[in-house]
Design a binder for this molecule. Structure first.
Ligand code: ZN
Length: 324
C-alpha cells in the first residue's frame, strides 16, 4: 500500500508503468505545496525496490530504509538549510553516483525536491545526467509549477501533475489517523488540499486557529483599497528573510483567487469556508472575469518570483496591486 493520501489515479498510472517496465527515467511531479510530491517520490522509490508482497509493503528492509532516509540507493536532494538554492556540488555528487550500479536495491532513485531552486549551474549539471539515462536509475524532480524550470530540463522529464486532495478523502484519512469526525472535517476544509498542513494541524489545534484568521484576512483583499493592500504587504513581510511564510500566504491567496474565478463563472467555490461564500459572491460583482484571471496570473508570477529569489515584499506587492 502506498502511504499517501489521495492521488489514486497517479498511483495507478505509476504502478502500471512499473509493471510493464515503462517507467520514464525522469519524472517531474508538480502540484501545490503540501500536496505530497516528495512523499509520492519516496513511495515510488519503495515500490521500485520493495521485496515484500503488494509493493510498497512498508515492512521489508528496503521500504523501512527508504522511510528512514537511510537507503543507500535512494537519495533525497533538497536545498540545504540556510542556502537559497540547490548547489552544483549536490548535483555533481549525484552525477557520480548515478554511474555506479545499485548498491543494495534494484533501482537507484534520485529525488530533487523543489527543483525550481536549482542554481543555473546545477540545472546544467543535472541536464547532463538527464541526457544520459542509466539503466535502473530513476530521477524524480518536484516543483510547484513546471514553468519555473529551465525548458531544457523540462523537456527531458515526463510531467506528472498532482491534484489537491478533496475534502472527503482528506477527512476520511484524518479520521483513520485518530482525529474525531468533526475535527477532521474542519481541518480538511481549512487545509484546502494541503495534506502536509492537515496532518500537522490535526495534532496542533493552534495552527488551525491561525490559518482561519489568515484566510479571513487574505479573503478581504478584493475589498481593500490600494493603501490597505500596501499595509497588508508591509505587515506580512515584516520579517524580510522569511521567504517561506510569504510563500504560504501566496498559496492561500491563489486558492482564494481560484475560488473567485469559480464563483464568477457561476460555479461552486472549490474550497471556501461556508461563511466566506457570501463575501465571495459580493466581491466578484466588482470585477470582470478578465480582471480576476489577471489577478490569478499575477499571483502565479509572484510565486515563481519568490522561488527565483526575488525580494518577497516586491513579489507580493506586484501581485496585490493587480485587482484594481
Ligand atoms: Zn517493501
Amino acid at each position: 500500500m502506498w502511504d499517501i493520501i489521495g492521488q489514486t489515479e497517479t498511483i495507478a498510472t505509476l504502478e502500471a508503468a512499473i509493471a510493464t517496465d515503462k517507467l520514464p527515467h525522469a519524472l517531474l511531479l508538480t502540484g501545490p505545496a503540501g500536496v505530497g510530491k516528495t512523499r509520492l517520490a519516496l513511495e515510488l522509490a519503495k515500490a521500485l525496490n520493495c521485496i515484500g508482497d503488494g509493493p510498497p509493503c512498508q515492512t521489508c528492509v528496503h521500504c523501512r530504509q527508504i522511510e528512514a532516509r537511510s537507503h543507500p540507493d535512494v537519495s533525497l536532494i533538497e536545498r540545504a538549510d540556510g542556502k537559497e538554492n540547490v548547489q552544483i556540488a549536490q548535483v555533481r555528487a549525484l552525477r557520480e553516483a548515478t554511474s555506479l550500479r545499485p548498491y543494495q536495491g534494484r533501482w537507484k532513485v534520485y529525488i530533487i525536491a523543489g527543483a525550481e531552486v536549482l542554481t543555473l549551474q546545477a540545472a546544467d549539471a543535472l541536464l547532463k545526467t538527464l541526457e544520459e539515462p542509466q539503466p535502473q536509475v530513476t530521477m524524480v524532480l518536484t516543483a510547484v509549477e513546471a514553468d519555473a524550470l529551465p525548458a531544457t530540463v523540462l523537456s527531458r522529464c515526463r510531467v506528472v501533475r498532482l491534484h489537491p486532495v478533496n475534502d472527503d478523502v482528506l477527512t476520511a484519512a484524518l479520521e483513520q489517523r485518530g482525529s474525531e469526525a468533526d475535527d477532521a472535517r474542519r481541518v480538511a476544509r481549512l487545509a484546502r488540499g494541503n495534506v502536509g498542513w492537515a496532518l500537522q494541524a490535526a495534532k496542533q489545534p493552534k495552527i488551525v486557529v491561525q490559518r482561519r484568521e489568515m484566510l479571513e484576512r487574505l479573503g478581504a483583499v478584493p475589498d481593500m483599497d490600494l493603501d490597505a493592500r500596501l499595509q497588508l504587504v508591509e505587515s506580512l513581510t515584516s520579517d524580510r528573510k522569511d521567504r517561506s511564510s510569504v510563500r504560504r500566504q501566496i498559496e492561500l491567496l491563489l486558492l482564494l483567487a481560484r475560488d473567485l474565478l469559480l464563483v464568477k463563472g457561476g460555479l461552486v467555490p472549490h474550497s471556501a469556508l461556508d461563511d466566506q461564500q457570501e463575501a465571495l459572491r459580493r466581491q466578484v460583482e466588482r470585477y470582470s472575469m478578465a480582471e480576476l484571471s489577471a489577478y490569478l496570473q499575477a499571483l502565479r508570477r509572484a510565486m515563481i518570483r519568490i522561488d527565483a529569489n526575488v525580494d518577497p515584499r516586491l513579489a507580493l506587492e506586484a501581485a496585490l496591486v493587480a485587482p484594481k
